[in-house]
Design a protein around this ligand. Sequence first.
Ligand SMILES: *[C@@H]1O[C@H](CO)[C@@H](O)[C@H](O)[C@H]1NC(C)=O
Ligand SMILES: *[C@@H]1O[C@H](CO)[C@@H](O)[C@H](O)[C@H]1NC(C)=O
Ligand SMILES: *[C@@H]1O[C@H](CO)[C@@H](O)[C@H](O)[C@H]1NC(C)=O
Ligand SMILES: *[C@@H]1O[C@H](CO)[C@@H](O)[C@H](O)[C@H]1NC(C)=O
Length: 532
Amino acid sequence: MYTFVTIATLIGSCVAHDKPHVVFIVADDLGWNDVGFHGSNQIRTPNIDALAYSGTILHNYYVLPICTPSRSALMTGIHPIHTGMQHKVLYAGEPWGLPLHLKILPQYLKEDGYKTHAVGKWHLGHFKSEYTPEMRGFDSHFGYWSGRQDYYDHTAQEVNMWGYDMRRGMNVSWESYDHYTTDLITDESIELIKSHDSDNPLFLYVAHLAVHSANSYRFLEAPADIIKKFDYIKDKNRKIFAAMLWKMDESIGKIVDVLDQKGMLNNTIIIFTSDNGGPAAGFNNNAASNWPLRGVKDTLWEGGVRGNAFIWSRKIPVSKVNNELMHILDWLPTILAAVNSSSLEKEKPNFDGHNMWPVLTGEKYNEYNEILLNIDQLRNISALRKGEWKIISGEIYDGRWDKWYGPSGRNTGYLYNITDIENSLVAIALKRNHIEFPSSQNIYEIRKNISVICRAESQVKSCNLKNDICLFNVVKDPCEMVNEAENKKQILKDLIKSLRNYVPVTPLNKPIDPRSNPKYWNYTWTNWMDYV
Ligand SMILES: *[C@@H]1O[C@H](CO)[C@@H](O)[C@H](O)[C@H]1NC(C)=O
Ligand SMILES: *[C@@H]1O[C@H](CO)[C@@H](O)[C@H](O)[C@H]1NC(C)=O
Ligand SMILES: *[C@@H]1O[C@H](CO)[C@@H](O)[C@H](O)[C@H]1NC(C)=O
Ligand SMILES: *[C@@H]1O[C@H](CO)[C@@H](O)[C@H](O)[C@H]1NC(C)=O
Protein backbone atom coordinates (compact mmCIF):
# COMPACT_ATOMS: atom_id res chain seq x y z
CA MET A 1 0.00 0.00 0.00
CA TYR A 2 2.69 2.41 1.12
CA THR A 3 4.79 1.58 -1.93
CA PHE A 4 1.84 2.14 -4.23
CA VAL A 5 1.21 5.61 -2.78
CA THR A 6 4.86 6.50 -3.19
CA ILE A 7 4.94 5.47 -6.82
CA ALA A 8 1.70 7.30 -7.53
CA THR A 9 3.12 10.41 -5.87
CA LEU A 10 6.28 10.11 -7.90
CA ILE A 11 4.35 9.79 -11.12
CA GLY A 12 2.14 12.66 -10.05
CA SER A 13 5.05 15.00 -9.42
CA CYS A 14 6.70 13.84 -12.61
CA VAL A 15 3.65 14.75 -14.68
CA ALA A 16 3.40 18.12 -12.94
CA HIS A 17 7.07 18.76 -13.62
CA ASP A 18 6.51 18.32 -17.36
CA LYS A 19 3.91 21.04 -17.53
CA PRO A 20 5.21 24.20 -19.15
CA HIS A 21 5.71 27.38 -17.16
CA VAL A 22 3.51 30.24 -18.31
CA VAL A 23 4.62 33.86 -18.16
CA PHE A 24 1.82 36.20 -19.13
CA ILE A 25 2.79 39.83 -19.70
CA VAL A 26 0.21 42.60 -20.05
CA ALA A 27 1.18 46.08 -21.23
CA ASP A 28 -1.15 48.85 -20.13
CA ASP A 29 -2.41 51.32 -22.76
CA LEU A 30 0.19 50.37 -25.36
CA GLY A 31 -0.72 51.52 -28.87
CA TRP A 32 -0.56 49.48 -32.07
CA ASN A 33 2.22 51.65 -33.46
CA ASP A 34 4.33 51.88 -30.30
CA VAL A 35 6.13 48.56 -30.66
CA GLY A 36 8.91 48.27 -33.22
CA PHE A 37 7.56 45.09 -34.76
CA HIS A 38 4.52 46.92 -36.11
CA GLY A 39 6.71 49.16 -38.20
CA SER A 40 7.48 52.27 -36.20
CA ASN A 41 11.05 53.53 -36.37
CA GLN A 42 10.62 55.85 -33.45
CA ILE A 43 10.98 53.86 -30.22
CA ARG A 44 13.39 51.01 -29.70
CA THR A 45 11.69 47.88 -28.33
CA PRO A 46 14.42 45.31 -29.07
CA ASN A 47 13.41 42.71 -26.47
CA ILE A 48 9.73 42.77 -27.38
CA ASP A 49 10.64 42.62 -31.05
CA ALA A 50 13.13 39.77 -30.58
CA LEU A 51 10.50 37.65 -28.83
CA ALA A 52 7.81 38.55 -31.35
CA TYR A 53 9.98 37.75 -34.37
CA SER A 54 11.16 34.48 -32.87
CA GLY A 55 7.64 33.48 -31.85
CA THR A 56 4.26 33.87 -33.49
CA ILE A 57 2.80 37.34 -33.99
CA LEU A 58 -0.99 37.52 -33.71
CA HIS A 59 -2.04 39.85 -36.45
CA ASN A 60 -5.83 39.78 -36.16
CA TYR A 61 -6.06 39.89 -32.42
CA TYR A 62 -8.65 41.89 -30.50
CA VAL A 63 -9.03 43.19 -26.97
CA LEU A 64 -11.68 45.20 -25.17
CA PRO A 65 -11.29 48.98 -25.49
CA ILE A 66 -10.49 49.59 -21.79
CA CYS A 67 -8.72 47.99 -18.82
CA THR A 68 -11.32 46.44 -16.53
CA PRO A 69 -13.38 44.73 -19.26
CA SER A 70 -10.23 43.37 -20.92
CA ARG A 71 -8.73 42.03 -17.71
CA SER A 72 -12.03 40.43 -16.73
CA ALA A 73 -12.14 38.69 -20.14
CA LEU A 74 -8.59 37.44 -19.75
CA MET A 75 -9.16 36.11 -16.23
CA THR A 76 -12.51 34.38 -16.89
CA GLY A 77 -12.67 33.48 -20.60
CA ILE A 78 -16.17 34.94 -20.46
CA HIS A 79 -17.21 38.02 -22.42
CA PRO A 80 -17.74 41.10 -20.23
CA ILE A 81 -21.30 41.46 -21.59
CA HIS A 82 -22.04 38.16 -19.82
CA THR A 83 -20.43 39.10 -16.50
CA GLY A 84 -21.53 42.74 -16.23
CA MET A 85 -17.98 44.05 -16.71
CA GLN A 86 -18.61 45.73 -20.09
CA HIS A 87 -19.21 49.34 -19.04
CA LYS A 88 -16.30 51.64 -18.17
CA VAL A 89 -13.45 50.94 -15.78
CA LEU A 90 -13.62 50.27 -12.08
CA TYR A 91 -12.86 53.44 -10.10
CA ALA A 92 -10.95 52.81 -6.89
CA GLY A 93 -13.76 54.12 -4.69
CA GLU A 94 -16.52 52.01 -6.27
CA PRO A 95 -17.87 49.06 -4.26
CA TRP A 96 -17.95 46.34 -6.94
CA GLY A 97 -15.61 43.96 -8.72
CA LEU A 98 -15.32 40.83 -10.83
CA PRO A 99 -18.07 38.61 -9.31
CA LEU A 100 -16.79 36.07 -6.82
CA HIS A 101 -18.67 33.12 -8.30
CA LEU A 102 -16.49 33.34 -11.41
CA LYS A 103 -13.51 31.01 -11.38
CA ILE A 104 -10.42 32.71 -12.72
CA LEU A 105 -7.24 31.69 -14.53
CA PRO A 106 -4.92 31.12 -11.52
CA GLN A 107 -7.62 29.01 -9.81
CA TYR A 108 -7.72 26.68 -12.80
CA LEU A 109 -3.95 26.46 -12.96
CA LYS A 110 -3.59 25.74 -9.25
CA GLU A 111 -5.68 22.62 -9.77
CA ASP A 112 -3.01 21.50 -12.22
CA GLY A 113 -0.23 21.96 -9.70
CA TYR A 114 0.87 25.47 -10.64
CA LYS A 115 2.43 28.02 -8.34
CA THR A 116 0.66 31.22 -9.26
CA HIS A 117 2.00 34.74 -8.80
CA ALA A 118 0.68 38.14 -9.82
CA VAL A 119 2.86 41.21 -10.11
CA GLY A 120 1.58 44.70 -10.88
CA LYS A 121 -1.91 45.90 -11.67
CA TRP A 122 -5.11 44.16 -10.58
CA HIS A 123 -8.07 46.48 -11.32
CA LEU A 124 -10.78 43.85 -10.83
CA GLY A 125 -12.03 44.92 -7.40
CA HIS A 126 -10.72 45.50 -3.89
CA PHE A 127 -13.61 47.04 -1.91
CA LYS A 128 -13.69 43.81 0.12
CA SER A 129 -10.61 41.68 0.66
CA GLU A 130 -12.25 38.63 -1.00
CA TYR A 131 -11.92 40.42 -4.34
CA THR A 132 -8.13 40.82 -4.19
CA PRO A 133 -5.66 38.56 -6.02
CA GLU A 134 -4.48 36.46 -3.08
CA MET A 135 -8.08 35.51 -2.32
CA ARG A 136 -8.71 34.53 -5.94
CA GLY A 137 -6.13 31.91 -6.73
CA PHE A 138 -2.83 33.78 -6.70
CA ASP A 139 -0.28 32.46 -4.20
CA SER A 140 1.15 35.96 -4.06
CA HIS A 141 0.51 39.46 -5.34
CA PHE A 142 2.81 42.44 -5.26
CA GLY A 143 1.43 45.54 -6.92
CA TYR A 144 -1.60 47.81 -6.90
CA TRP A 145 -5.32 47.27 -6.84
CA SER A 146 -6.54 50.36 -8.70
CA GLY A 147 -6.26 51.34 -12.35
CA ARG A 148 -2.97 53.23 -12.26
CA GLN A 149 -0.62 55.07 -9.96
CA ASP A 150 2.26 57.50 -9.78
CA TYR A 151 5.42 55.73 -10.98
CA TYR A 152 7.42 56.89 -7.93
CA ASP A 153 5.13 57.76 -5.01
CA HIS A 154 2.61 54.98 -5.82
CA THR A 155 -0.42 57.05 -5.00
CA ALA A 156 -3.56 56.86 -7.09
CA GLN A 157 -5.63 59.99 -7.54
CA GLU A 158 -9.25 59.47 -8.47
CA VAL A 159 -11.89 62.14 -8.70
CA ASN A 160 -11.24 64.10 -5.47
CA MET A 161 -9.60 61.30 -3.60
CA TRP A 162 -5.96 60.41 -3.29
CA GLY A 163 -4.08 57.63 -1.54
CA TYR A 164 -1.17 55.21 -1.54
CA ASP A 165 -1.79 52.00 -3.47
CA MET A 166 1.05 49.50 -3.36
CA ARG A 167 0.58 46.14 -1.70
CA ARG A 168 2.47 43.01 -0.82
CA GLY A 169 -0.39 40.63 -0.31
CA MET A 170 -2.73 42.43 2.05
CA ASN A 171 0.04 44.56 3.55
CA VAL A 172 0.75 48.09 2.42
CA SER A 173 4.21 48.11 0.82
CA TRP A 174 5.52 51.44 2.13
CA GLU A 175 9.07 50.40 1.29
CA SER A 176 8.19 50.73 -2.40
CA TYR A 177 8.01 54.51 -2.06
CA ASP A 178 10.29 56.40 -4.44
CA HIS A 179 11.20 53.32 -6.52
CA TYR A 180 10.09 53.35 -10.16
CA THR A 181 7.10 51.05 -10.59
CA THR A 182 8.41 49.26 -13.69
CA ASP A 183 11.63 48.42 -11.83
CA LEU A 184 9.68 47.13 -8.84
CA ILE A 185 7.59 44.90 -11.10
CA THR A 186 10.71 43.65 -12.87
CA ASP A 187 12.64 42.95 -9.67
CA GLU A 188 9.71 41.12 -8.11
CA SER A 189 9.28 38.97 -11.25
CA ILE A 190 12.99 38.12 -11.27
CA GLU A 191 12.91 37.22 -7.58
CA LEU A 192 9.87 34.96 -8.07
CA ILE A 193 11.54 33.14 -10.96
CA LYS A 194 14.86 32.79 -9.11
CA SER A 195 13.23 31.38 -6.00
CA HIS A 196 10.77 29.19 -7.87
CA ASP A 197 10.89 25.56 -6.80
CA SER A 198 11.25 23.75 -10.10
CA ASP A 199 9.23 20.77 -8.86
CA ASN A 200 6.15 22.79 -9.76
CA PRO A 201 5.15 24.55 -12.91
CA LEU A 202 5.00 28.35 -12.60
CA PHE A 203 2.29 30.75 -13.69
CA LEU A 204 3.59 34.30 -13.52
CA TYR A 205 1.20 37.14 -14.38
CA VAL A 206 3.12 40.35 -15.02
CA ALA A 207 0.71 43.28 -15.37
CA HIS A 208 2.74 46.39 -16.08
CA LEU A 209 1.82 49.95 -15.21
CA ALA A 210 3.69 51.04 -18.33
CA VAL A 211 2.72 52.84 -20.41
CA HIS A 212 -0.35 54.17 -18.61
CA SER A 213 -0.36 57.80 -17.58
CA ALA A 214 -0.18 58.64 -13.87
CA ASN A 215 -1.68 61.38 -11.66
CA SER A 216 -2.49 64.93 -12.72
CA TYR A 217 0.60 66.51 -11.14
CA ARG A 218 2.92 64.42 -13.33
CA PHE A 219 1.22 62.37 -16.02
CA LEU A 220 4.24 60.81 -17.72
CA GLU A 221 7.29 59.67 -15.79
CA ALA A 222 10.54 57.87 -16.50
CA PRO A 223 14.11 57.99 -15.16
CA ALA A 224 15.99 61.02 -16.53
CA ASP A 225 18.86 58.99 -17.99
CA ILE A 226 16.42 56.90 -20.04
CA ILE A 227 14.51 59.96 -21.26
CA LYS A 228 17.85 61.32 -22.51
CA LYS A 229 18.18 58.37 -24.90
CA PHE A 230 15.18 59.75 -26.77
CA ASP A 231 16.39 63.30 -27.26
CA TYR A 232 15.74 62.89 -30.99
CA ILE A 233 11.98 62.87 -30.31
CA LYS A 234 10.83 66.48 -30.36
CA ASP A 235 7.42 66.08 -28.70
CA LYS A 236 8.13 66.21 -24.97
CA ASN A 237 5.33 63.85 -23.93
CA ARG A 238 6.17 61.34 -26.62
CA LYS A 239 9.80 61.45 -25.51
CA ILE A 240 8.90 60.53 -21.91
CA PHE A 241 6.44 57.92 -23.20
CA ALA A 242 9.29 56.37 -25.21
CA ALA A 243 11.37 56.08 -22.03
CA MET A 244 8.45 54.49 -20.15
CA LEU A 245 8.11 51.93 -22.92
CA TRP A 246 11.86 51.37 -23.04
CA LYS A 247 11.78 50.44 -19.34
CA MET A 248 9.03 47.89 -19.98
CA ASP A 249 10.99 46.46 -22.89
CA GLU A 250 14.05 46.16 -20.64
CA SER A 251 11.88 44.40 -18.07
CA ILE A 252 10.87 41.74 -20.59
CA GLY A 253 14.51 41.23 -21.53
CA LYS A 254 15.47 40.72 -17.90
CA ILE A 255 12.63 38.27 -17.30
CA VAL A 256 13.66 36.14 -20.29
CA ASP A 257 17.27 36.33 -19.17
CA VAL A 258 16.50 35.01 -15.69
CA LEU A 259 14.22 32.29 -17.07
CA ASP A 260 17.24 31.12 -19.02
CA GLN A 261 19.62 31.36 -16.05
CA LYS A 262 17.20 29.25 -14.07
CA GLY A 263 17.03 26.65 -16.86
CA MET A 264 13.30 27.22 -17.33
CA LEU A 265 13.19 29.05 -20.65
CA ASN A 266 13.04 25.96 -22.83
CA ASN A 267 9.86 24.87 -21.09
CA THR A 268 8.15 28.27 -20.81
CA ILE A 269 5.28 29.75 -22.77
CA ILE A 270 5.55 33.53 -22.94
CA ILE A 271 2.49 35.54 -23.93
CA PHE A 272 2.48 39.28 -24.48
CA THR A 273 -0.64 41.37 -24.94
CA SER A 274 -1.82 44.92 -24.67
CA ASP A 275 -5.00 45.40 -22.63
CA ASN A 276 -6.60 47.91 -25.00
CA GLY A 277 -5.70 50.39 -27.73
CA GLY A 278 -3.38 53.32 -27.13
CA PRO A 279 -4.45 56.68 -25.68
CA ALA A 280 -3.04 58.85 -28.46
CA ALA A 281 -2.86 62.59 -29.01
CA GLY A 282 -3.46 63.54 -25.39
CA PHE A 283 -6.31 61.14 -24.65
CA ASN A 284 -5.94 60.27 -20.92
CA ASN A 285 -3.05 62.76 -20.99
CA ASN A 286 -0.92 60.23 -22.77
CA ALA A 287 1.09 60.01 -25.99
CA ALA A 288 0.60 56.53 -27.46
CA SER A 289 0.18 55.91 -31.20
CA ASN A 290 -2.17 53.55 -33.03
CA TRP A 291 -1.24 54.95 -36.43
CA PRO A 292 -2.47 54.24 -39.04
CA LEU A 293 -5.43 52.63 -37.28
CA ARG A 294 -8.43 54.79 -36.51
CA GLY A 295 -9.46 56.00 -33.05
CA VAL A 296 -8.01 55.58 -29.56
CA LYS A 297 -8.47 53.66 -26.33
CA ASP A 298 -12.12 53.51 -25.21
CA THR A 299 -13.45 53.63 -28.77
CA LEU A 300 -14.53 50.61 -30.80
CA TRP A 301 -12.45 51.68 -33.80
CA GLU A 302 -9.53 49.38 -34.63
CA GLY A 303 -7.21 51.76 -32.77
CA GLY A 304 -9.15 50.98 -29.60
CA VAL A 305 -9.55 47.23 -29.94
CA ARG A 306 -6.90 45.75 -32.21
CA GLY A 307 -4.23 44.58 -29.80
CA ASN A 308 -0.51 43.96 -29.89
CA ALA A 309 0.15 40.33 -29.13
CA PHE A 310 2.54 37.46 -29.66
CA ILE A 311 3.25 34.09 -28.16
CA TRP A 312 6.62 32.47 -27.77
CA SER A 313 7.23 28.83 -26.88
CA ARG A 314 9.28 25.91 -28.22
CA LYS A 315 6.01 24.40 -29.35
CA ILE A 316 4.96 27.41 -31.40
CA PRO A 317 6.16 28.08 -34.95
CA VAL A 318 9.16 30.41 -35.17
CA SER A 319 8.95 33.71 -37.06
CA LYS A 320 5.35 33.26 -37.97
CA VAL A 321 2.57 35.75 -38.49
CA ASN A 322 -0.76 34.18 -37.56
CA ASN A 323 -3.61 35.92 -39.39
CA GLU A 324 -6.46 34.02 -37.77
CA LEU A 325 -8.97 35.98 -35.74
CA MET A 326 -8.25 35.80 -32.05
CA HIS A 327 -9.57 37.54 -28.94
CA ILE A 328 -8.21 38.17 -25.44
CA LEU A 329 -11.07 35.90 -24.25
CA ASP A 330 -9.32 32.99 -25.92
CA TRP A 331 -6.25 32.96 -23.67
CA LEU A 332 -7.86 31.10 -20.79
CA PRO A 333 -9.02 28.04 -22.76
CA THR A 334 -5.87 28.26 -24.89
CA ILE A 335 -3.58 28.17 -21.87
CA LEU A 336 -5.58 25.32 -20.33
CA ALA A 337 -5.09 23.38 -23.57
CA ALA A 338 -1.39 24.24 -23.75
CA VAL A 339 -0.81 22.86 -20.27
CA ASN A 340 -3.09 19.86 -20.88
CA SER A 341 -5.32 20.94 -18.01
CA SER A 342 -7.89 18.50 -16.78
CA SER A 343 -10.42 21.36 -16.50
CA LEU A 344 -10.57 22.30 -20.17
CA GLU A 345 -13.08 19.74 -21.43
CA LYS A 346 -15.18 20.02 -18.30
CA GLU A 347 -15.36 23.82 -18.33
CA LYS A 348 -15.43 24.45 -22.06
CA PRO A 349 -19.19 25.13 -22.22
CA ASN A 350 -18.77 27.96 -19.70
CA PHE A 351 -16.28 29.88 -21.82
CA ASP A 352 -17.03 32.40 -24.53
CA GLY A 353 -13.38 32.17 -25.54
CA HIS A 354 -12.03 29.46 -27.81
CA ASN A 355 -9.13 27.09 -27.43
CA MET A 356 -6.67 28.47 -29.97
CA TRP A 357 -3.77 26.19 -29.05
CA PRO A 358 -4.21 23.91 -32.11
CA VAL A 359 -4.43 27.04 -34.28
CA LEU A 360 -1.31 28.54 -32.73
CA THR A 361 0.69 25.34 -33.09
CA GLY A 362 -0.40 25.15 -36.72
CA GLU A 363 -2.43 21.94 -36.46
CA LYS A 364 -5.73 23.55 -37.40
CA TYR A 365 -7.36 26.57 -38.95
CA ASN A 366 -9.62 28.70 -36.85
CA GLU A 367 -13.16 27.45 -36.48
CA TYR A 368 -14.81 30.71 -35.54
CA ASN A 369 -15.08 33.86 -37.61
CA GLU A 370 -16.95 36.27 -35.37
CA ILE A 371 -15.86 38.47 -32.48
CA LEU A 372 -18.16 40.64 -30.44
CA LEU A 373 -16.00 43.69 -29.81
CA ASN A 374 -18.38 45.05 -27.19
CA ILE A 375 -21.90 46.09 -26.37
CA ASP A 376 -22.19 48.85 -23.83
CA GLN A 377 -25.91 49.44 -23.55
CA LEU A 378 -25.47 52.35 -21.14
CA ARG A 379 -23.44 54.29 -23.71
CA ASN A 380 -25.37 52.86 -26.64
CA ILE A 381 -22.26 51.66 -28.44
CA SER A 382 -21.46 48.32 -29.99
CA ALA A 383 -19.25 46.70 -32.59
CA LEU A 384 -18.78 43.28 -34.08
CA ARG A 385 -16.29 41.71 -36.45
CA LYS A 386 -17.39 38.88 -38.68
CA GLY A 387 -15.09 37.48 -41.35
CA GLU A 388 -13.59 40.43 -43.19
CA TRP A 389 -16.32 42.79 -42.02
CA LYS A 390 -16.95 44.96 -39.02
CA ILE A 391 -19.94 47.02 -37.93
CA ILE A 392 -19.68 49.81 -35.45
CA SER A 393 -22.57 51.72 -33.94
CA GLY A 394 -23.06 54.58 -31.52
CA GLU A 395 -21.22 57.85 -31.02
CA ILE A 396 -19.17 58.65 -27.92
CA TYR A 397 -17.17 61.73 -26.90
CA ASP A 398 -19.28 63.63 -29.49
CA GLY A 399 -17.12 62.04 -32.15
CA ARG A 400 -14.01 63.84 -30.94
CA TRP A 401 -11.83 60.70 -30.95
CA ASP A 402 -12.96 59.25 -34.26
CA LYS A 403 -9.95 60.33 -36.32
CA TRP A 404 -6.47 59.07 -37.14
CA TYR A 405 -3.62 60.15 -34.89
CA GLY A 406 0.15 60.02 -35.20
CA PRO A 407 2.97 59.91 -34.84
CA SER A 408 3.60 57.51 -37.70
CA GLY A 409 7.22 57.14 -36.60
CA ARG A 410 8.12 56.22 -40.14
CA ASN A 411 10.57 58.96 -41.04
CA THR A 412 11.82 60.17 -37.70
CA GLY A 413 14.61 59.49 -35.32
CA TYR A 414 16.71 56.49 -36.09
CA LEU A 415 16.84 53.73 -38.64
CA TYR A 416 15.26 50.48 -37.49
CA ASN A 417 18.19 48.59 -36.16
CA ILE A 418 18.55 44.84 -36.43
CA THR A 419 21.75 44.97 -34.38
CA ASP A 420 19.72 46.31 -31.45
CA ILE A 421 17.44 43.30 -31.70
CA GLU A 422 20.27 40.81 -32.13
CA ASN A 423 22.04 42.24 -29.08
CA SER A 424 18.95 42.30 -26.89
CA LEU A 425 18.85 40.24 -23.70
CA VAL A 426 16.13 38.12 -25.31
CA ALA A 427 18.13 37.32 -28.43
CA ILE A 428 21.22 36.50 -26.37
CA ALA A 429 19.24 34.14 -24.12
CA LEU A 430 17.69 32.38 -27.11
CA LYS A 431 21.03 31.96 -28.81
CA ARG A 432 22.60 30.65 -25.59
CA ASN A 433 19.95 27.91 -25.74
CA HIS A 434 20.59 27.26 -29.43
CA ILE A 435 16.99 28.29 -30.02
CA GLU A 436 16.28 29.33 -33.56
CA PHE A 437 16.48 33.09 -34.12
CA PRO A 438 15.33 34.77 -37.32
CA SER A 439 17.81 36.21 -39.79
CA SER A 440 17.71 39.95 -40.45
CA GLN A 441 16.20 39.25 -43.86
CA ASN A 442 13.49 37.27 -42.12
CA ILE A 443 12.84 40.12 -39.71
CA TYR A 444 12.53 42.71 -42.47
CA GLU A 445 10.17 40.42 -44.35
CA ILE A 446 7.87 39.91 -41.35
CA ARG A 447 7.90 43.60 -40.65
CA LYS A 448 6.94 44.41 -44.21
CA ASN A 449 4.22 41.73 -44.30
CA ILE A 450 2.46 43.04 -41.24
CA SER A 451 2.56 46.73 -42.16
CA VAL A 452 -0.96 48.07 -42.21
CA ILE A 453 -1.70 49.65 -45.56
CA CYS A 454 -4.60 52.12 -45.63
CA ARG A 455 -6.90 52.81 -48.57
CA ALA A 456 -6.22 55.99 -50.52
CA GLU A 457 -7.58 59.19 -49.00
CA SER A 458 -9.51 59.81 -52.20
CA GLN A 459 -11.67 56.76 -51.49
CA VAL A 460 -12.83 57.94 -48.07
CA LYS A 461 -16.54 57.50 -47.51
CA SER A 462 -17.43 59.02 -44.25
CA CYS A 463 -19.35 57.46 -41.47
CA ASN A 464 -21.60 59.31 -39.10
CA LEU A 465 -21.94 57.29 -35.93
CA LYS A 466 -24.41 59.79 -34.53
CA ASN A 467 -27.11 58.49 -36.87
CA ASP A 468 -25.82 55.48 -38.70
CA ILE A 469 -24.36 52.07 -38.23
CA CYS A 470 -21.14 51.92 -40.25
CA LEU A 471 -19.67 48.96 -42.07
CA PHE A 472 -16.05 48.40 -42.99
CA ASN A 473 -14.10 45.66 -44.67
CA VAL A 474 -11.25 45.70 -42.17
CA VAL A 475 -9.14 43.29 -44.20
CA LYS A 476 -9.06 45.48 -47.32
CA ASP A 477 -9.61 48.65 -45.34
CA PRO A 478 -7.91 48.19 -41.95
CA CYS A 479 -7.93 51.93 -41.34
CA GLU A 480 -11.75 52.13 -41.55
CA MET A 481 -11.84 54.85 -44.19
CA VAL A 482 -14.55 53.58 -46.51
CA ASN A 483 -17.98 53.11 -44.96
CA GLU A 484 -19.70 50.44 -47.06
CA ALA A 485 -23.05 50.47 -45.26
CA GLU A 486 -24.78 52.02 -48.31
CA ASN A 487 -23.63 49.58 -50.97
CA LYS A 488 -23.33 46.36 -48.98
CA LYS A 489 -26.81 46.25 -47.50
CA GLN A 490 -27.01 42.45 -47.24
CA ILE A 491 -23.74 42.20 -45.34
CA LEU A 492 -24.80 45.02 -43.09
CA LYS A 493 -28.06 43.22 -42.34
CA ASP A 494 -26.26 39.98 -41.64
CA LEU A 495 -23.86 41.59 -39.18
CA ILE A 496 -26.66 43.47 -37.42
CA LYS A 497 -28.46 40.15 -37.06
CA SER A 498 -25.35 38.55 -35.57
CA LEU A 499 -24.96 41.46 -33.17
CA ARG A 500 -28.55 41.07 -32.00
CA ASN A 501 -27.81 37.49 -30.95
CA TYR A 502 -25.84 38.85 -28.03
CA VAL A 503 -27.81 39.87 -24.99
CA PRO A 504 -25.79 41.83 -22.46
CA VAL A 505 -26.50 41.56 -18.75
CA THR A 506 -26.88 44.70 -16.67
CA PRO A 507 -23.50 46.32 -15.98
CA LEU A 508 -22.31 45.96 -12.38
CA ASN A 509 -20.89 49.47 -12.04
CA LYS A 510 -21.76 51.31 -8.85
CA PRO A 511 -21.30 54.91 -7.81
CA ILE A 512 -18.30 55.89 -5.73
CA ASP A 513 -18.70 55.26 -2.02
CA PRO A 514 -17.35 58.29 -0.12
CA ARG A 515 -16.38 55.99 2.74
CA SER A 516 -13.63 54.60 0.49
CA ASN A 517 -11.78 57.91 0.68
CA PRO A 518 -8.14 57.15 1.57
CA LYS A 519 -8.12 60.11 3.96
CA TYR A 520 -10.10 57.91 6.38
CA TRP A 521 -7.66 55.02 5.96
CA ASN A 522 -4.22 56.45 6.68
CA TYR A 523 -4.09 57.76 3.10
CA THR A 524 -4.19 54.28 1.57
CA TRP A 525 -6.70 52.68 -0.78
CA THR A 526 -8.08 49.79 1.18
CA ASN A 527 -10.84 47.14 1.49
CA TRP A 528 -13.05 49.65 3.22
CA MET A 529 -16.19 47.49 3.09
CA ASP A 530 -14.45 44.97 5.36
CA TYR A 531 -14.47 47.61 8.08
CA VAL A 532 -17.55 49.80 7.70
C1 LIG B 1 2.33 41.23 6.38
O1 LIG B 1 2.70 41.80 7.60
C2 LIG B 1 2.75 40.85 8.68
C3 LIG B 1 3.01 41.64 9.96
O2 LIG B 1 4.16 42.43 9.81
C4 LIG B 1 3.78 39.79 8.39
O3 LIG B 1 3.78 38.84 9.43
C5 LIG B 1 3.44 39.12 7.06
O4 LIG B 1 4.44 38.19 6.70
C6 LIG B 1 3.29 40.15 5.95
N1 LIG B 1 2.84 39.51 4.74
C7 LIG B 1 3.47 39.60 3.58
C8 LIG B 1 2.86 38.90 2.42
O5 LIG B 1 4.50 40.23 3.45
C1 LIG C 1 14.14 22.12 -25.44
O1 LIG C 1 12.87 21.88 -26.02
C2 LIG C 1 12.95 21.26 -27.28
C3 LIG C 1 11.55 21.24 -27.93
O2 LIG C 1 10.52 21.17 -26.98
C4 LIG C 1 13.55 19.88 -27.11
O3 LIG C 1 13.64 19.23 -28.36
C5 LIG C 1 14.95 20.04 -26.50
O4 LIG C 1 15.49 18.77 -26.23
C6 LIG C 1 14.91 20.84 -25.23
N1 LIG C 1 16.25 21.15 -24.80
C7 LIG C 1 16.63 21.05 -23.54
C8 LIG C 1 18.02 21.44 -23.25
O5 LIG C 1 15.87 20.69 -22.65
C1 LIG D 1 -2.88 15.04 -20.68
O1 LIG D 1 -3.41 14.70 -19.42
C2 LIG D 1 -4.06 13.44 -19.39
C3 LIG D 1 -4.63 13.24 -17.99
O2 LIG D 1 -5.41 14.33 -17.63
C4 LIG D 1 -3.08 12.33 -19.77
O3 LIG D 1 -3.75 11.09 -19.83
C5 LIG D 1 -2.45 12.67 -21.13
O4 LIG D 1 -1.45 11.72 -21.42
C6 LIG D 1 -1.86 14.05 -21.13
N1 LIG D 1 -1.39 14.37 -22.48
C7 LIG D 1 -0.22 14.95 -22.72
C8 LIG D 1 0.08 15.23 -24.14
O5 LIG D 1 0.56 15.23 -21.82
C1 LIG E 1 -28.46 54.26 -30.14
O1 LIG E 1 -27.76 54.17 -31.39
C2 LIG E 1 -28.58 53.85 -32.49
C3 LIG E 1 -27.69 53.60 -33.70
O2 LIG E 1 -26.60 54.47 -33.75
C4 LIG E 1 -29.60 54.97 -32.70
O3 LIG E 1 -30.44 54.65 -33.77
C5 LIG E 1 -30.43 55.11 -31.41
O4 LIG E 1 -31.33 56.20 -31.53
C6 LIG E 1 -29.53 55.34 -30.19
N1 LIG E 1 -30.31 55.32 -28.98
C7 LIG E 1 -30.09 56.15 -27.96
C8 LIG E 1 -30.97 55.94 -26.77
O5 LIG E 1 -29.25 57.02 -28.01
